[in-house]
Structure formats: C-alpha cells, structure tokens
Design a protein around this ligand. Structure first.
Ligand code: HEM
Length: 203
C-alpha cells in the first residue's frame, strides 16, 4: 500500500480524506481495501483524540491503530444485509480479540454496499488514545505520521448482527503494517461540522 497519502473527497458527504490502500486485483488481497482518515483542524500540531474514518473493502476488514494486532485498539467492520457493523476490539495475543474495555465509540455517517464491497464513513471518538483494563497506548497525529495495520478476510463473522458477540476465524485475505504519512489535507476546519453528522449508532 501507499505510504504517501492520496487525498480524495467522498462524493456523498464532501468529507476530505487522506487515504491509503491496496487496489482491487493486487496479489496481497482479493478485492483490495482503502482506509481514509480526516482529522480536526489542529491535529498536525496537537494530538487528536478522534478521527473520521473511511473504509472500503471486501469481506470483513480490520485496522490496528498502532500497527500490530496486539496491544492496539482494533476496528473490525463487516456488512450484513443492508447494514455495516463495527466492533472495537483489543488483543493481548494472536487470538480472537476481546471487546475493547475503554470509552471509544463509533458512530456512522454513511454506509453502502454492493455484491462485492462495502464502504463506511464513521466517527471514531476517543479512538487515538486507549486504555484496555490498564493496557494503554495511543497514536500521535502531531508527528504527521502513523503506523497502522490492516487485515481482510472472507468468512463472515458469526453472530453478525450482534457486534459484542461476533466470532471470527483467523483472517485469510491479507494483512500488513504500514507507515501512513499525514499531509495538510488530513486536518480540516470543517471537521467539527462533519463529525456532527455522525448520528447513527449501530449496535
Ligand atoms: C496478524 C491471528 C483477528 C489484526 C495476525 C497473526 C495471527 C493472527 C496468528 C500473525 C500472522 C503472521 O504473522 O503470519 C488472529 C486470530 C483472530 C484475529 C486467530 C481471530 C480469531 C484479528 C482482528 C484484527 C486483527 C479482528 C483487527 C481488527 C491483525 C493485524 C495483523 C494480524 C493488523 C498484522 C500485524 C501483526 O502481525 O501484528 N493475526 N487474528 N486480527 N492481525 Fe489478527
């Protein structure tokens, strides 16, 4: 995936994202994925605590906000019928991650899906510093550089309509850690107005 971000504007919401991804058709992942991030206007000088995320993927996908699977806040997302579900997770080892115990929260701005892919635009509040039962860490935006991790997989989660109780098999459609450079387009004066559109809670 790219390290230097692409910048794109989501047509439906007008939100401007820095994005990284693997194109559909590449050997690392069938279907490909895109992860985008928008940050508060001062995020390149003061560490942000939240972001607006964009993701587009096939199957289910997961992102680590520190890079590795372990000791990092994990976002897992999957489509089921006409809804995209998410769950925030945390893993002490390479096994089914626990439900994250801290106060982070995902609310949705929009989602869509077709026969192969789903996409989601969401606000992730309190997601850039974490505390899972005393295991703490964070992702610092003021350095203009994040280390992020991705996974993608095809077998649908078990209990798909109940994010707290999903079951997963080990991901089977690629994984990796990448350095995500942030450029000036990631921090936007419209962030507060965009974040206010995140009114949909899917639990
Ligand atoms: C890597 C197992 C769920 C994120 C790995 C690896 C294993 C593993 C064994 C290392 C593989 C290697 O290096 O060859 C599992 C199992 C899961 C699970 C058994 C569930 C039953 C998840 C979820 C996420 C995730 C839900 C994110 C939301 C990652 C990431 C990596 C990874 C980012 C690559 C970075 C690293 O090696 O730490 N996983 N995983 N995993 N996993 Fe998982």
């Amino acid at each position: 995936q790219n390290n230097v971000p692409n910048t794109f504007t989501d047509a439906e919401t007008g939100i401007v994202f820095n994005s990284w991804g693997i194109p559909n058709g590449s050997p690392q992942s069938q279907g490909g994925w895109t992860f985008g991030m928008a940050l508060p206007s001062d995020a390149l000088s003061t560490d942000a605590t939240e972001f607006i995320g964009y993701l587009d993927a096939a199957g289910w996908c997961g992102f680590s906000l520190a890079g590795p699977m372990t000791n990092s806040l994990l976002i897992t997302a999957w489509p089921h019928e006409d809804t995209v579900y998410t769950t925030l997770r945390y893993a002490g080892g390479y096994a089914m991650p626990d439900k994250y115990a801290g106060n982070a929260e995902i609310t949705q701005i929009r989602s869509s899906q077709n026969s192969t892919h789903f996409s989601l635009v969401f606000r992730c509040k309190n997601c850039l510093q974490w505390d899972h039962n005393g295991s703490t860490g964070g992702a610092s935006t003021s350095g203009g550089f994040l280390v992020l991790g991705w996974v993608q997989a095809f077998p649908s989660p078990g209990n798909p309509t109940c994010p707290d109780q999903i079951t997963l098999e080990q991901h089977d459609n690629g994984m990796g850690i990448w350095g995500a450079v942030l450029d000036e387009n990631v921090a936007n004066p419209s962030y507060t107005a965009w974040a206010a559109q995140a009114t949909k809670t899917v639990t």
